[in-house]
Design a protein around this ligand. Structure first.
Ligand SMILES: Nc1ncnc2c1ncn2[C@@H]1O[C@H](COP(=O)(O)OP(=O)(O)O)[C@@H](O)[C@H]1O
Ligand SMILES: N[C@@H](CCC(=O)OP(=O)(O)O)C(=O)O
Length: 385
């Protein structure tokens, strides 16, 4: 295990480990002023911090929201529209402005920026996922700072990533980041929405158990998407992939990112549950789009999660969806989705087996595992959300 990996797992470090690869995501609420325009001062400050991180030897990837917010005023819209096509129009206008601002601000520090706009399809299809990963590798090795957003203009309701917290978690494992920093308008995760009587900030989360009893709301600012719910989900995904996550206020970005120390009283640090995992498993778990569900009994769920075994036919009790063999499916136990993996049977074949079993007829003679251990990624329990 690399020393950086060990340091970020050990708990909340006193400083960003040297050489750590960092993904910084900044939300719409932190990039827009009260009147809805882009906060150019914030962009300048962030550009200076990114340049500082680069100068201290960190690879940096920026995930920037704000396209929709930046497109509202030029289009004469007073608030975020509800209709998808209007949101897409606003994002198309705003993304150009947003990138132009980042480029101007970063180039003042001699930093070369690269725009990468992603849709869910770009990461769901394995060959696209590999291509995107090698583009990121090339950009980082050339010293550029990729600036990522969802390609809102072409994302469809069925096929969109939905929020940039999720996108930032996916980008983190595409680039094997050590630390993901989610900058927002609140000082990290609190025991309840800040302002609620008795709510207190949480400084360290080591596992889902630390989230028991925490009240997390999906309602965020007027311009943001997903509130704290999507940030905790993103942290869970990142941590399961070996990436530590720090949720913090953009107002504290300078204290956190300008070094040399990482103050202990700022933001919430989520420690990863293990080292970086192979990208194929991560792709299956978090980036692929399942085409169906295989329902399993409690024994099979335990065999997968505790016994680390393959899923075999006797444990299957149901199937939904219409998929061919080789499709990615969710494996659903009595309580939750336990894993995602590549199914070696078509849905119709599984239905045939289940029907034969139910009628007491001859069960077709299949010996292959339904989902082989090598093609299976366990999904973590997301407590508290
Ligand atoms: N338990 C909680 N701890 C902290 N913030 C919370 C919590 N529950 C809900 N929130 C809300 O989440 C908001 C941040 O989400 P959002 O507006 O989507 O930000 P961004 O635009 O940065 O993605 C905060 O302003 C806060 O009101
Ligand atoms: N892609 C959208 C951002 C969507 C989003 O997740 O926003 P936020 O919750 O502010 O991070 C945009 O650029 O407006």
């Amino acid at each position: 295990m690399s020393t950086v990996s060990a340091q970020v797992q050990a708990g909340r470090p006193e400083a960003l480990p040297s050489g750590a690869r960092v993904v910084v995501k900044i939300g719409s609420s932190s990039l827009t002023r009260d009147d809805g325009g882009l906060d150019l001062n914030r962009i300048d400050i962030m550009a200076g911090l990114v340049a500082g991180l680069r100068g201290r030897g960190h690879d940096v990837v920026l995930v920037s929201s704000g396209a929709v917010a930046a497109g509202l005023t030029p289009l004469g819209m007073e608030r975020r529209p509800g209709e998808l096509r209007l949101l897409q129009a606003a994002a198309s206008v705003g993304q150009g402005n947003l990138l132009a601002r980042w480029q101007t601000a970063m180039s003042a520090y001699g930093v070369v920026t690269a725009q990468v706009l992603l849709t869910a399809q770009d990461v769901a299809v394995r060959s696209h996922y590999r291509t995107v990963r090698s583009t990121f590798d090339a950009l980082l090795s050339l010293g550029a700072v990729p600036i990522i957003n969802e390609n809102d203009a072409v994302a469809t309701t069925e096929f969109n990533l939905g929020d940039n917290d999720h996108l930032a978690a996916l980008v983190s494992h595409l680039v094997t980041a050590d630390v993901l920093v989610l900058l927002t308008d609140v000082d990290g995760l609190w025991t309840a929405r800040p302002g609620t009587p008795g709510a207190e900030p949480i400084r360290l989360v080591r596992s889902g158990a630390d989230l028991e009893g925490v009240s997390v709301s999906g309602r965020g600012s007027a311009v943001g998407t997903g509130g704290m719910t999507t940030k905790v989900q993103a942290a869970t995904i990142a941590c399961a992939s070996g990436t530590a996550t720090l949720i913090a206020s953009a107002d504290d970005a300078a204290r956190l990112l300008s070094g040399p120390r990482l103050p202990a009283d700022v933001g919430t640090w989520f420690a990863p549950t293990g080292p970086h995992r192979p990208s194929r498993r991560l792709w299956m778990a978090y980036a692929s789009v399942p085409e169906g569900r295989v329902l399993v009994d409690e024994g099979a769920a335990r065999a997968l999660t505790v016994g680390k075994k393959s899923l075999l036919l006797p444990g299957v009790i149901g199937v939904t969806g219409d998929f061919e063999s080789g499709a990615v499916v969710d494996v659903v136990g009595p309580e939750r989705i336990v894993a995602r993996g590549i199914c070696r049977y078509a849905a119709a074949e599984l239905e045939e087996v289940l029907a034969a079993r139910a009628t007491g007829g001859p069960v077709p003679d299949h010996v292959a595992p339904v989902v082989h251990r090598d093609d299976l990624a366990e999904l973590p329990r997301t407590a508290g959300v």
